[in-house]
Design a protein. Structure first.
Ligand code: NAD
Length: 471
């Protein structure tokens, strides 16, 4: 009797397939991506229902942030894969004149994709598209916090792939832990920095390469020159979308003292126009997602209570219903930097505001924290924009907008250090799931000569000396 666990058995089964896929063609990989894309589109109603059942995710947001990015990622790969896969010729250097070299993108092999709950379909299937494009097998582990999505993803994959190529294991950290013991060729993890460290430590035991798409505290800067209408619209949209449960959502906001009141007034208008006047009314609007579960709602309540206890004021919202997993969009003013809301990733519709007078203090503050996933700048002053970009670090930057950098398939998406390492999206996703292999071919006779007792003759030393100064 075979006593191997289902996870180990699946991993074992994928070995032969991974070797076979090494020689798969662009056309074969594209055919799989087309089938996957079409099946995602055909199940639209399934995703709406899973969104509603898991955390009342509005259908419009399922369209925009779950289905559309998957379709866009698939179409981009379908259009470009043949050129991504082509070996890239490389010029010889002086040292290797006479050789011909190229870089080829070979599949890594057996890959593991662990995904979070906040965009369950997109953040599981988009990396899978990159993995398939690069010619790999994959095991997927979606989040236990969105069980309806996870089950539907499992069914989708079971309908399209045999388990020796792509398969899904549902479950929590126990399942992840068992998966992480295996010597995968690559792990693509999306989730929190805390679990990212666990994943990286586990990967190190097998010397498995990792892509870590993590989170953190993404700052927004609204300076005195900003278009305040646009800034309020963008900030409120990006903070309320998915109820702020987005890795690259604005986490906290610096606003110049001279425009603070006008900006906040615009923010209030945006919230009222979108969700109505009363908090009670806002709990029932169909286009405001809820918090994923009770534990996270209590966590957000804890952040808000701590901010209030430290002298913070809720300028809007301020209402939390733990039973209903609801947090009203809340702007919090007057909080000091020791408050938990300015220390921990918020991941909810709470927005602490920090007033500033000079840009240097903002830059110092950003640099005092971990490097964030994104930096958002609202300004029309090119020098201020340049200064913020040059003197800080973040995964990406977006000027006069937010979150749209994720949708730009010709740009890499990813964090830096605490907010992640490695990249997703388009060619960069394909590259993450590929090994860049260097191939050098020589036609001339360049065989090294062995010298007696390792001693290089004088004439050769002279030639080498001249050569070294020449190159
Ligand atoms: P999480 O880290 O708690 O969970 C992510 C995945 O890891 C889940 O599948 C979960 O089951 C698994 N997991 C949990 N504990 C584990 C453990 N001890 N060992 C192994 N695996 C474990 O993250 P989450 O709550 O699902 O998602 C929110 C976090 O993800 C936020 O920090 C957010 O910023 C980040 N995020 C980042 C991106 C990005 O693209 N950079 C996208 C979405 C979310």
């Amino acid at each position: 009797m075979n006593s191997q666990s289902p996870i180990r058995a699946a991993f074992q089964q994928q070995r032969a397939t991974a070797l076979r896929l090494r020689t798969s063609t662009a056309a074969e990989r594209i055919a799989k991506i087309v089938r996957l894309r079409d099946a995602v589109i055909a199940r639209r109603e399934v995703w709406y229902k899973a969104g509603e059942d898991d955390f009342r995710k509005p259908p419009g947001e399922v369209d925009l942030a779950e289905i559309a990015p998957v379709i866009a990622a698939a179409n981009h790969a379908i259009r470009n894969l043949a050129s991504w896969m082509k070996p890239k010729g490389v010029w010889p250097t002086m040292m290797l004149l006479g050789t011909r070299s190229h870089l080829r993108y070979e599949p890594r092999g057996r890959c593991l994709i662990i995904s979070p709950w906040n965009y369950p379909l997109n953040l599981t299937i988009s990396p899978l598209i990159s993995a398939i494009a690069a010619g790999n097998t994959a095991i997927l582990k979606p989040s236990e916090l969105t069980p309806h999505f996870s089950t539907e993803i499992r069914k989708l994959i079971a309908d399209l792939f045999t388990p020796d190529e792509v398969t899904v294991f549902e479950g929590d950290a126990v399942v992840s832990t068992e998966l992480l013991e295996l010597p995968f060729d690559h792990i693509f993890f999306t989730g929190s920095p805390a679990v990212g460290k666990i994943v990286m430590a586990a990967a190190a035991r097998n010397l498995t390469s990792v892509t870590l798409e993590l989170g953190g505290k993404t700052p927004v800067v609204v300076d005195a020159s900003a278009d305040l209408d646009l800034a309020a619209q963008v900030v409120m949209w990006s903070k309320c979308n998915n109820a702020g449960q987005t890795c690259m959502a604005p986490d906290y906001l610096f606003v110049h003292a001279s425009v603070k009141e006008a900006f906040l007034e615009n923010c209030r208008k945006q919230l009222t126009a979108a969700y109505g006047v009363t908090n009670d009314g806002r709990t029932h609007v169909p286009f405001l997602a809820h918090v994923v579960n009770r534990r996270h709602t209590e966590r957000l309540k804890g952040l808000l209570d701590d901010a209030m206890a430290r002298g913070g004021r809720a300028l809007t919202g301020g209402v939390v219903s733990v039973d209903d997993c609801f947090v009203a969009p809340t702007i919090v003013d007057g909080v000091d930097f020791d408050a938990r809301i300015l220390q921990e990733e918020i991941f909810g519709p709470l927005l602490p505001i920090v007033e500033f007078h000079d840009l240097d203090s903002v830059i110092d503050r950003i640099n005092a924290g971990e490097k964030p996933l994104a930096l958002y700048i609202h300004s029309t002053d090119d020098r201020a924009i340049q200064s913020l970009i040059e003197r800080t670090s973040s995964g990406g930057v977006c000027v006069n907008h937010a979150m749209i950098q994720y949708f730009h398939a010709n740009l890499p998406f990813g964090g830096v250090n605490h907010s992640g390492m490695g990249t997703a999206s388009g060619f960069y996703g394909f590259r993450s799931f590929s090994h860049e292999r260097a191939v050098v071919r020589t036609q001339l006779s360049m065989a090294p000569k062995l010298f007696k007792a390792g001693e290089v003759p004088g004439w050769l030393r002279n030639v080498l000396n001249r050569f070294i100064t020449w190159i």
